[in-house]
Design a protein around this ligand. Structure first.
Ligand code: HEM
Length: 472
């Protein structure tokens, strides 16, 4: 149990009771993000949503839950939106340790240049002519999934991507819906998920089996199946680890870059600085540190994974409150990232803040603790290279037909409601104005940062666990 100090413990935190029949559900459904932000403002650190669901808005308590040193707060669901036991959840966390080595920075350095090349091709194909207005998400998703799937399966990537993509589409109908029925009830959505999962297994199982039996392949999955955690594991366990992580990698990184582009379309000065810095780099591919800061800031302000859930698995104390097994805890990186006591001027898009090591204390964009995102490096490398490849070649402007910029749709991941941007080709290799209109970002983010010191600064306090050889 965690310590609650000397104050008396309570069992129900403050919070609105809501409507007699539906409690707070309808108000939440009408405006999920606004409702949660309002709860933090009105009720503070720990808020009761209903009798079994509590929202943890305090960043230190959120760390306590996510670190889960007491083994009392687990993710009791799998990627198929089915309930699992605490024992199964523990086994999944253990198996996940196998994922680390092949996703660390040293193992993925080649993915950055590959991303640049594919982005350049994809956007050049789509943005022909003097200027083009387009939705960048499908292009980004196409490139970033290709890079990831190829890392996993080498030349076999193209047989896996469509089936996992289809599974994700089926899952999206159930995930994020508060009205989804339990997974054992055979609704049409559940049947579609079951069929899509079966198709994914049919594609992935033989590829995994070959990698277990032979040494022909030298891709990430081939390394994965040889790790000590997975030698002897059942085919289902290995396949679920692979499919689950591909699902997690499928859409989210594209959303991260899309948010960065949308923000930059309203931030000509940061964009200018980024273009200047990227054209100054010795290697034509290598992103400047400001690109990383821009991505982190986009993920801070618009975290694609904006809500995290945990189930209490044994009697526990958090802050001043007691929780019983079965209670649900909700942590929203979106809400915490917009807390003025955690981030100064939280609503400002300010890449500059990433030059301060303290900026990362409250950053939960990749989660924390036991279930921290194992793909964070891969995500950051590919997103940073993608952003740089676009900004180097095109000026990003808001879609002239859209005045409702930056609206967020939180039905599943945090998706831009109006993702379109306008791309204006930069006159290639035009001499860029070194006296940037924005002194501060360049000075604070670029000047003091050699690639390694900058990265260490960020990673020591952030979510990032193995920082030293990040390739920028
Ligand atoms: C923009 C990029 C990404 C973001 C913002 C992101 C965010 C997150 C977050 C917040 C979590 C924690 C969920 C929780 O605590 O409940 C998570 C978990 C996870 N992420 Fe990512 N992710 C990204 C990219 C990736 C990539 C590229 C991969 C795989 C290559 C990946 C694989 C996973 C997996 C497997 C988990 C589940 C970990 C577990 O439950 O033990 N993610 N991610």
């Amino acid at each position: 149990m965690t310590s609650a100090g000397s104050a008396a413990l309570g069992s129900r935190p403050p919070g609105p009771r809501g409507d007699r029949w539906t409690g707070n559900l309808m108000a939440y459904e009408e405006d999920r993000l606004g409702f949660l932000l309002g709860l933090r403002e009105r009720y503070g650190a720990v808020v009761a949503f209903d009798d079994r669901t509590t929202i943890v808005n305090d960043v230190d308590l959120a760390h306590e839950v996510l670190a889960d040193r007491q083994r009392a707060f687990a993710i009791l669901g799998n990627f198929r939106a089915e309930r699992v036991t605490a024992h199964q959840a523990g086994a999944a966390v253990e198996a996940r340790a196998a994922m680390g080595p092949g996703l660390r920075p040293a193992a993925i350095t080649h993915l950055g240049p590959q991303t640049s090349r594919l982005i350049e091709q994809a956007f050049s194909g789509a943005a022909t002519g003097a200027s083009a207005t387009l939705d960048p998400i499908p292009l980004l998703e196409d490139v970033l999934t290709r890079v990831t799937y190829e890392h996993y399966f080498g030349a076999d990537w193209s047989t896996v991507r469509p089936v996992v993509g289809r599974l994700l589409t089926c899952l999206a109908a159930v995930f994020g819906s508060p009205f989804a029925l339990p997974s054992f009830i055979p609704t049409p959505s559940r049947l579609r998920i079951r069929l899509a999962y079966r198709a994914a297994r049919a594609a992935v199982d033989p590829l995994i089996e070959t990698r277990r039996r032979t040494r022909e392949a030298d891709d990430y999955v081939a390394q994965l199946v040889r790790t000590k955690q997975l030698v002897g594991a059942s085919p289902a366990r290995v396949a679920d680890l692979v499919i689950g992580s591909l699902l997690a990698a499928h859409r989210i990184p594209a959303l991260g870059v899309a948010w960065a582009l949308l923000e930059l379309s309203h931030q000509p000065r940061v964009q200018h600085d980024l273009a200047v810095r990227s054209l100054e780099r010795e290697s034509p591919d290598a992103p400047p540190p400001l690109a990383l800061a821009t991505i982190l800031e986009a993920v801070r302000l618009h975290p694609p994974t904006w809500i995290l859930n945990r189930t209490v698995t044994r009697p526990a104390v958090l802050g001043q409150y007691e929780f019983a097994p079965g209670d649900q805890l909700i942590i929203s990186p979106y809400v915490i990232h917009r807390d003025p006591t955690v981030f100064e001027r939280p609503l400002d898009f300010d890449a500059d803040r990433w030059s301060q090591t303290t900026a990362t204390r409250g950053f939960l964009g990749f989660g924390r603790g036991l279930n921290i995102c194992p793909g964070q490096h891969l995500g950051l490398v590919t997103m940073t290279y993608a952003l740089t490849a676009i900004v180097r070649r095109w000026r990003i402007e808001p879609d002239p037909a859209d005045s409702t910029a930056l609206l967020e749709d939180p039905r599943s991941s945090l998706v831009p409601v109006h993702p379109a941007i306008r791309l204006e080709p930069r006159r290639h290799r035009e001499p860029v104005d070194a006296t940037s209109p924005s002194g501060s970002v360049v000075q604070a983010v670029d000047r003091p940062l050699t690639s390694s010191t900058r990265w260490e600064n960020l990673s020591q306090t952030a979510c990032l666990d193995t920082p030293s050889d990040f390739p920028i």
